[in-house]
Ligand binder design. Sequence first.
Ligand code: ADP
Ligand code: MG
Length: 324
Amino acid sequence: GDTINQIAAGEVVERPASIVKELIENAIDAKATTITVEISSNRKEVTRIRIIDDGCGIPTEEVSLAFSPHATSKIQTAEDLNTCRTLGFRGEALASIAAIAYVTMVTRSKGEDAGTHLIISGGEILENRATGAPTGTTLTVEEIFFTTPARRKFLKSLATELSRISSVIEVFSLLYPELTFRYLLNGQEKSTSHGTRTLGEVLRALRPDEAAQMIQVSGEENGISLEGYISHPELIRQNTQRILVAVNGRMIVSSRISGAIRSGYGTLIPSHSFPVAVLKINLDPARVDANIHPTKREIRISDEPEFLRFIVTRVKEALQGQDL
Ligand code: ADP
Ligand code: MG
């Protein structure tokens, strides 16, 4: 029971930013158009994460199931599987988060008059009652890692954890330019992307200084399409942290893809340095195996060498077009 959930929680929920990521994914799955992330902190750590969405909400009788491990298969009809979800599929995130924190969910499904107010902590439901609520879901996570003090000790400084959270929000804003993301820290608005249309527009809104140094890259070949921005060789970093890659709408981490982007620069940038990049790649989902890592970020692609060559080529071409 609890122990297993807490171990599983460690895989999905490493840090506050991973909670934010999972909850934003759920909001996107629920077809939200506006997603608000409210973070509170004291001087040392993140004390509260709240995600408010205007998505489809959860029907009353399904709310507690949503928090049981692998809930997805229990509560989704075949039809829902095709319509209301894409990013999640293992039904683990909510169970994992509820195992290590104090979680309050207020949700109302589109079709219902009354909503549900549910409190679950350390995996146990403490309260489950009807409430009035707007359509959509508000999830509040407090006392993060209170059941796993060891994990709590491994957290980095508040500044680092907060910067990871803002980069998660930034990544989603870039990947889903048609959605509105609001980010508030201790009640203060830090950023908003107003459902701006294109990746370029979001980039200019979120990173105005950097946007001027970004070069558009795009291409299509053998069923792989790529669009995004890579930095002018003057804008470089010592690591791959500013390389954002999404494959089929899912943000991923791949040292091989980062390596391919880097290769495209050749000697234009010093060795051991990396460009800044935002790339959206789409290819046949059958070629992507996203299920090999619990956090779904590390993926495997069939015919990967061909895929990586395509990226190198497109990056090279984009840079050549710049007359550097
Ligand atoms: P998964 O997303 O992999 O299915 P989660 O534990 O993240 O697993 O979520 C469990 C289920 O709870 C989801 O499948 C969905 O039905 C429901 N759910 C979670 N968050 C939301 C939300 N914000 N709006 C609507 N439904 C949600
Ligand atoms: Mg999920």
